[in-house]
Design a protein around this ligand. Structure first.
Ligand code: MN
Length: 296
């Protein structure tokens, strides 16, 4: 017998991922990989990887900080900036600079070559840098879709106020309480940027059948009255269930990722994620021969 008060519709926490190791991506992104598909693919799908860069103070510099030309195929990269600026340029002609609160949603699809750097002006001023990059898988039928680039500014992202000053939710993708996020996605996905006030309890309605991941960037949340997810940790949940009760012990910044699973084989290597080893070989050959384009 379970206690009467236990919410039967709650999504159960399956595990908490912690990353202690930081590595540098290029010379600009001090990254902790909070989850990745090689060990957790079927649990994470449609999400593949979550890199958390910073927070870190950068001194002023004239150097270019980041990663130069490299390819991607078969998925999307979603960059969310919390502090600092990111500049991007790709072989399909897409480019842009985003700052705090802004999002770049890049569909690599059939293949792009791109570069990612700190914004030049930000690098010259120096300051706090913090961003997240999420990789979202594409279903087999969309892996060869033409590359697309969505630059989503903070002003386009609806902000939902939680009742009783519990905090705010920025709806980047999907929806919450009739507020529709601006990102266009290939499969049903919700990406919510939550700011929870300290010592409050919030119950969110989430999608039954979706994969759910909660990445805590700052602060801590207790989930469904039991385990606590701390900073730079990710809670991964069962697909079953449609509510989530979060108790914040302090002011807390959380990224909520919810997505319809893509139950297809995942075969990846470096910057390519496809369904078969042959498709990976093809991606490497296409990149080497210049068929993914070049930066002008
Ligand atoms: Mn990249």
């Amino acid at each position: 017998m379970e206690p009467m008060s236990k919410d039967k519709t709650a999504k159960k926490l399956r595990c908490i991922q912690r990353s202690v190791n930081r590595h540098w991506v290029g010379n600009g992104f001090p990254v902790r990989t909070l989850f990745s598909y090689p060990n957790l693919g079927p649990v994470l799908t449609p999400f593949l990887l979550l890199d958390y860069a910073g927070p870190m103070e950068f001194p002023p510099t004239d150097e270019r900080l980041g990663v130069g030309e490299h390819p991607h195929r078969g998925f999307e990269t979603v960059t969310i900036v919390y502090s600092g600026e990111v500049e991007h340029r790709d072989s399909s002609g897409g480019s842009g600079r985003i700052g705090p609160g802004d999002v770049q949603w890049m569909t690599a699809g059939s293949g792009v070559v791109h570069e990612e750097f700190h914004g030049r002006d930000f690098a010259r001023r120096g300051g706090r840098f913090e961003m997240v990059q999420l990789w979202v898988n594409l279903p087999r039928k969309a892996k060869r879709t033409p590359p697309r680039y969505q630059s989503i500014l903070s002003t386009q992202i609806p902000v939902v106020n939680l009742p009783d000053h519990r905090g705010t939710v920025r709806v980047i993708a999907g929806d919450l309480l009739d507020h529709q996020g601006p990102a266009q996605t290939f499969t049903p996905i919700h990406v919510w940027d939550l700011h929870l006030a300290g010592n409050r309890e919030t119950t969110l309605t989430v999608t039954d059948g979706h994969t759910l991941a909660l990445a805590v960037l700052e602060g801590a949340v207790q989930v469904n009255g039991s385990e606590t997810i701390g900073a730079a940790e990710v809670g991964l949940f069962d697909r079953h269930g449609k509510t989530l009760c979060l108790t914040s012990t302090q002011d807390t910044k959380v990224l909520l990722l919810s997505g319809e699973p893509i139950d297809e084989p995942i075969v990846g290597s470096g910057p390519f994620v496809m369904n078969t080893a042959e498709e990976i070989q093809q991606a490497m050959a296409d990149y080497r021969s210049g068929r993914m384009g070049h930066l002008s």
